[in-house]
Ligand binder design. Sequence first.
Ligand code: FE2
Length: 340
Amino acid sequence: MGKLILVFRSIGNLLMMLFTVSVFRFTKGNYGLKYAQQTFFIFGGKPGTLASKILRKKRNFKLNHVEHNLSSEIDYKTIDSKLKQQGFAVEKKFLSQESVKSIKDFSLKNLGAYRETDKGEGALANILFDPSDPKAIRYDYSPSTVLACTDVQKVLSDKRVLAIAQNYLGGEPILDFVAMWWHTKSLKPDSNAAQLFHFDMDRLRWIKFFFYVTDVGIDNGPHVYVPSSHHDNALPFSLRKRGYVRHSDKDVARHFPESNWKFFTGEAGTMIAEDTRGLHKGAHVLRGNRLLFQLQFTSALYGKSEEPDNMALNSSVLTKELRHAIGEFPHIYQKVKILN
Ligand SMILES: [Fe+2]
């Protein structure tokens, strides 16, 4: 009898997968996003993982390929196995101190916007960030502004980043978005500023790269991750059934002991590669201001609708490196729009 139940359950799972994947194949835009999210809430991730495997594009370049001059200082195999097992991998000193300085200088000379806090205060657009006088908890730059930064473009065209993304996604990655923001000192975490635990869910499968541009100690709002919470079915149904919401530390600790949470402290230049389908947050800042920038690569563009010109870049600020990379890997940079 037990065996029969097992067989029925397996057949049921298979049918559910086939149905889900066929719907994934034909739904588009925000309708697809809703479908991907609902499927995740109900089934816990397997259908999304399977659909990602079907929709991704085959590998374009091989690791350590001489032609691509991949740095031997990076242990790609270890990074990949850490990502797969724990959901994250860290590389200290990934950015040079010159790059860090240049990105920070860029951030202080370009306009961004303060994000409205949970209390509904602080929204301010087209304003410079003054580290000595921040106006709200989170200050963001538009993707096009971030793209215009020469040293961000260097990272975007860095084969080490592309190789890590490709290995993890098992296919040629697509640059999905770029972001950069400041977190400033606050008395308590702000949900709008992504300072409460949550999982991301814009695509089927993706990988994010966080780069610290300021030194981040335990008081400076370290990024926090719940190891191994990115696996299929790792999140309990009691959390998933709440939908796409923020979760309190207490609720997360009920399922994942706090002693296992990973707090990423590190000097400016540290890179954290992470599958943000796992639970994560930016701890609120107790001292100073924290600047980081972030890249997301996805296996397929199924899910969130594209905002036109979201990643537009004026050709006058396009670096030689990125121009070359776009020519070499058009699939990866298909969302970057070069304006003349
Ligand atoms: Fe997030």
